[in-house]
Design a protein around this ligand. Sequence first.
Ligand code: SAM
Length: 286
Amino acid sequence: MSETALPPLRDVIARHGLRARKSYGQNFLLDLNLTRKIARAVPDLKDSLIYEVGPGPGGLTRALLEAGAPQVVAVEKDQRCQPALDEIVAAYPGRLRVRSADALTVQEPDLLAAGGQPVQVAANLPYNVGTALLIKWLSVEAWPPWYQSLTLMFQREVAERIVARPGSKSYGRLAILVQWRCTPKILFDISPKAFTPSPKVASSLVQMLPRPQPADGGVTSEALGEVTRAAFGQRRKMLKSSLKTLGPAIPVILAELDIDPTRRAEELSVAQYCAIVSRLIKSRAP
Ligand code: SAM
């Protein structure tokens, strides 16, 4: 069987009783033109192992395979989807592996066992765990990470927070974590009407490419998180007061970095946050 021989997704959903559940963040993409467009956006698709989170009834999975992905590994939490996905496994022998699991807790390098070929992550993420998954993937200790790219669907508002620049309303902890480690780009927007059921808001496809290990003096995601939590936890306050909880070294660190302590959290660049973190780590070293 090939994609053209597989039944229409609407029939698959009806036959297997896959009524979308809110608790799983289910908004299915049934438009083949759109799923194909997403598959085309994945870098190096034909020479990579593709990791897909939340295949659901398999719309994007089919598009990835049809576009020539030699191997797709998919993790789906909703066990009701398994029979529908088994049909795609049969249509593309040896090219699709489905694991019934929670993507938040799987150990991706063990699951993927990529054996040297590049890994690209592609997913229409469940809106309720999308940000948590992204943070998990960006916080891995080993860098460069186990993936070569992330091509992910988010609610438009989250996409804006990912690519936000200093000084903008959307700039915050997520932008800093993402841009510390990756170069993000919004590829295109998708109308709510493209999904079944339709969410209330528009979505965007975002691509993130890992940057080489930044020369930033031992910054870790935990330490960066600690500093940005303090800064943005009290967004309206001046840095000299919001960062106080980080310890007595802060006034000296801000002075050494020539950062005006009366500035506010959203005014600092990612590089400035990394510089603060790096000095803070040094100041705490025994
Ligand atoms: N890929 C399909 C599509 O584009 O039509 C479905 C996308 S839907 C927005 C999100 C999918 O992620 C659902 O199938 C849902 O069951 C699954 N999901 C939700 N939470 C999950 C988790 N923690 N781990 C793995 N899959 C999850």
